[in-house]
Each structure stands twice: as C-alpha cells, then as structure tokens.
Ligand binder design. Structure first.
Ligand code: SF4
Ligand code: SF4
Length: 193
C-alpha cells in the first residue's frame, strides 16, 4: 500500500491537545510511552495505516491534533486490544484511539467520505432519537453521505431485500424514546464537564 507522509513542523501543532487527551480517564499513561514500537509490531492492521499505533501515540502527545484526527489509523483500528496487552508500559492504546475517534466525530475531522465515522455518527444519532436503528435508513444515509454512486448501483439489491422482508421502510423505535434521548444527553453533558 502506498502511503504518503509529510514532514511535520512546530507550526502544525495545536498546543494542549496531548494534555487534553491525557486528562481523559484511561489515557493518563500516554506520557510513559518509550516508543519501543511493540504496539505497531503486533497490530494486524498497521501496514494499512497512515501512521502506525506507535506514531499515533507520539503525534498525540506532541500536539499534532489534525494529523492524528484526520488520519485513517484511528478508523482502521479494530479494537482487538493486541497492542494494549503487549505494551511494556501498560498504556491503554486502544482506549486512547477510541478517545481520538470520539474527538474526530465531535469536531468533524475525519477523512472525507470515509464510511466508518459516518456510520458511527448516523448509528448513534438514530439510537438517540428512536432507541433503535432502522437498517434501511441507516444504509441509505451511509451511501448518500459517502458514495451516492454506489447507492445507485445497489438499488436492485435494496428492492430485492425489501421484497423478502429483510429491509423495511418503517422507522423502528422503542416506546419511551424521549427518556432515552434525555439519558444520553445527560451522559454527554457529564463527559464534557
Ligand atoms: S508498545 Fe507502548 S511503550 Fe511501546 S511504542 Fe507502543 S505505546 Fe509506546
Ligand atoms: S487495538 Fe487497534 S491499534 Fe491496537 S493492535 Fe488492535 S487494531 Fe491495532
């Protein structure tokens, strides 16, 4: 895979970003990283990543916010925890990457038309609104926001799935969806404080 990396300059930094991430429970040990590279060596997906897990740890604590949040690395992480298990400094790499994903979604900083963050965002907003997901709507939104041409190419399959009852156009929801929405808002507000 041909991955292009560019030189980084002091001016690219967003001072305080590393400290912000390290203030999140579970991410405190980031500063103990000795850059041994064990995490990158055991990661089954590092060969496809723009930056390896070791590089992401260094870029994060060194305040290279945009490089980290806009990289494909955090979205390719499959949360297998191999890196976290093997890290000699007990750094919770997977949890740090998870926190970075949340930041990227919140700030809308992710690779353009990359499906994973769009799926995560649409999934959570549907659950928050209805308490359930409606697969048909979720798939349609994902295609429209990432690759509308693929949606056109798959319309026949969509109709076949609807005919067999595998896809429904009806929006599914739980009974007290308002309460669930308020609970999730409260959790979000607590996290921000
Ligand atoms: S394995 Fe741990 S100490 Fe080594 S580079 Fe990765 S995060 Fe840093
Ligand atoms: S948790 Fe993510 S970064 Fe760590 S080894 Fe697994 S895929 Fe790689």
């Amino acid at each position: 895979m041909n991955i292009q990396r560019t030189l980084k300059y002091e001016a690219d930094k967003v001072p305080g970003f590393g400290r912000e991430i390290m203030s999140v429970p579970g991410c405190e040990q980031l500063n103990d990283c000795i850059q041994c590279g064990t995490c990158s060596g055991v990661c089954p997906l590092s060969i496809y990543m723009e930056y390896t897990p070791r590089q992401i740890m260094e870029l994060t604590r060194s305040d290279f916010k945009d490089e980290v949040l806009k990289s494909n690395t955090i979205w390719l992480c499959a949360s297998c925890y191999a890196c976290t298990t093997e890290c000699p400094r007990q750094i919770r790499i997977t949890d740090i990457i998870y926190e970075l994903k949340q930041r990227a979604i919140k700030e809308g900083k992710y690779p353009a038309r990359f499906p994973i963050p769009v799926l995560a965002q649409e999934f959570s907003s549907m659950v928050k609104k209805n308490g359930r997901i409606t697969e048909m709507l979720l798939v349609m939104k994902l295609f429209l926001k990432t690759n509308p041409f693929a949606a056109m190419g798959n319309w026949r399959m969509g109709i076949d799935l609807m005919k067999t009852g595998r896809f429904s156009l009806a929006t599914e929801h739980i009974k007290q969806r308002g309460e669930l929405g308020r609970m999730l808002d409260a959790v979000d507000a607590k996290k921000e404080n």
